[in-house]
Design a protein around this ligand. Sequence first.
Ligand code: PHE
Length: 568
Amino acid sequence: MAKREVWNSKTAFVLAAIGSAIGLGNIWRFPYVTFENGGGAFLVAYFVCLFIAGIPLLMLEFSIGHMTKQAAPGAFAKLRPKMQWFGWFAVGVGFVIVTYYAIIMSWSVNYTWEAATLGWQDNMGQYANVEYALETTELEDMAVLTPVPERFWGTEFTDPVDESLYSIQSTGTFLVAWEGNLYAISSLGNADTFMSSPGDFFFNDFLGLTSEPWDMGTFRWPLLIGFIITWVWIVASVWKGTKTVSKVVFYTVFIPWGLLILFIIRGVTLPGAEAGISYYLTPVWSKLLNADIWLAAISQVFFSLSVGFAIMIAYGSFLPKKTNIAGFAIVIGIADALTAFCGGLAVFSALGYQATKMGVHITEVAQSGPGLAFVAYPHIISNLPGARIFGVLFFLMLLTLAVDSAFSLLEAATASVKDKWKLSHKKANLIVGGLCFLLGLPMLTGSGLYILDIADHFMNSFGLTIVVLVETIMIGWVIGAEKQRDYISDNSSFRIGQWWSICIRWLIPIGIIWMLFTEISARETPYGSFGLRSQEFLFGWLIMILLPIVSDLLANAKGKGKFPENIE
Ligand code: PHE
């Protein structure tokens, strides 16, 4: 019988799993979620969730892979033949994620170029102009001032007493607080030029974002270049499976770590950095009593550790017989958390600098998601000496962080297809990668960001939570948590205590059921920065309905030979 491929070394496995875990989530999601949820207090919740949910689940997924020597579908089929579809469901969740994760990477490829040529600078210049104009011109001379409708008061613009400059990201309108009143600069001499901002460059010039999801706008050809480069890179990184991955991860883990250190040093030495860091970390302890902070912590832990996506099962299946499942899970969990924490330091020190410079509140410059990486951060970098170099390095950091998350997702799907149909690794790779590429194309249109946002929201709120819930019920209650705990202990350098079974049987499932319940009831109202309406959720629910159907079809499709086969 064929021998299953294995990692080149222990280090290669640990790095590959760390590489999958650390990604965009550490740089643009974690800092902001921490900041929004009580700073230092959130860190406490995060570490609690890491130890009672994240690390035990990593152990669980590694052990399922190690025990069955199969990627997710084969692994679940071996545990219970009827559950093969569920393995495909987990692969499907990862598959949807990689289609949009690659889009964000492709923006970074394009932005590396924009950074090198300071392509967004035109807009920066205009933005700076407004600042400059405000400093040097009598306000009344330069603009016809319209009092801002009162509905804005007390929302984004709390205290319009200072003489400060604000911008509303979505419209690019500038607001000026002047003598206790808040005004919009509605018509400058050349309003169009004056009113653009770095946000305009990203959303309008770059993405060509339309005003609503049903309007696809135009296909953004320049984005296709970055997209092709991204996919060639991802597919090449897993070309010969673990053999290639084992080599690639040395670069894709250490390079972003090195760059992150550089950005922390650059960040904390900027004037005003302390303001940002103190906002990021000042503990608001009372928030620990608030349920939301715990929900935010669990979902951040899952997303960040890449559990619930079939990846860690596939990666565990390539572990050699003699291994250290529990030890690896702890090292990987902590490395991921530390990276996220450092990401926050780098980002928030820079935001503190920017807020101080503009004389505005940090909430005006702090954003999560695309807004942070493609609007706020580039803007800050452009103000620094060596803007081009820092810009290029920043996007290289994002790309090298993201690529191993992306190829881990691809590898989870490829390994599953390969296991079932006994294809060559290359063929499986091309089929799955090609499919993701095609499905990603609609996201290169003017409504791409909406599609991405909806897919992201649904996969994180429902996809991965359902996977984790079923996993814990199956292992905790059907197969037996104690049996699995013994297996993990037998394959680790130390034995794990009963706490593990308690987490798997009780704490995690209860936490997830609560999360799902909260999410479903929250879906009555639009979510997120775009305020997407319920009709648009159609797309999200459609994916959620299609996933189990397709999974069932794949499970019932005839594989080659006997599936799952015992490979030893
Ligand atoms: N863990 C990755 C991050 O933090 C994202 C990811 C999720 C990667 C799921 C793979 C699977 O960005």
